[in-house]
Design a protein around this ligand. Sequence first.
Ligand code: PGA
Length: 252
Amino acid sequence: MRRKIVAGNWKMNGSKDLSEKLVGYIRSEAGSLDSGVEVVVIPPAIYIGDVLRQAQDTVAVGVQNVGQWQSGAYTGEVSSEMAKDVGCRYALVGHSERRQLFGETDELVAEKVSRVVSGGLTAIVCVGETLEERESAQAEIVVASQVRTGLSTVVQGEWKNVVVAYEPVWAIGTGKTATSDDAQAMHAVIRHVLKDMGAPAEEISLLYGGSVKADNAAALFAQPDIDGGLIGGASLVAKDFVSICRDFPANT
Ligand code: PGA
């Protein structure tokens, strides 16, 4: 069975105080959440220690980005080995903000994915088309190519450490969400591409991201190929985030 996952990407937001309140609240509610749902918090790297202490193993913790190197003279970078060393279990790779603002290419994503998954962390690999690409009917081609190249370095035995997040760029932070039918259609394409690549596609969790809120998560999570969400803005509001974690259909 595929893992159901709700991951909160705080981006460059938060503080010591927020980390304490937010994670404290999630921890206090963790016992009442479906035990089959993996809750992941992905704070800015500087707060990871605080979050891990607060989480006390009730919530998994991830890092928003890793360098493609193990260690060395790379000022400002953090490696996936370091993230694992301190207790992180997940790493985001190829978020559209990294692609757009920091020039990350699919080839670089592939290098980072390889480091992350071979080191035993789970990579949440983000893919998604721009509005222009969607309007010119290129969305499926773009996303399929991001999946093929970004995951080209994954070898048999490492797929268990791969999660794919479909995040249409035009839906991120805009309040616009893909309809659950459109999101499902793209998730089905991604699963098909993974199968074609020789991956155990039916076992790989696929998350949807882009303006997921407490009031639209249930319709998205009810889709057969949507196994959870990658949440930005709403992950900074404790009650909203926990409410999203409860939005899976019963008996799945
Ligand atoms: P959003 O961000 O939920 O604020 O749209 C999602 C993301 O960037 O992962």
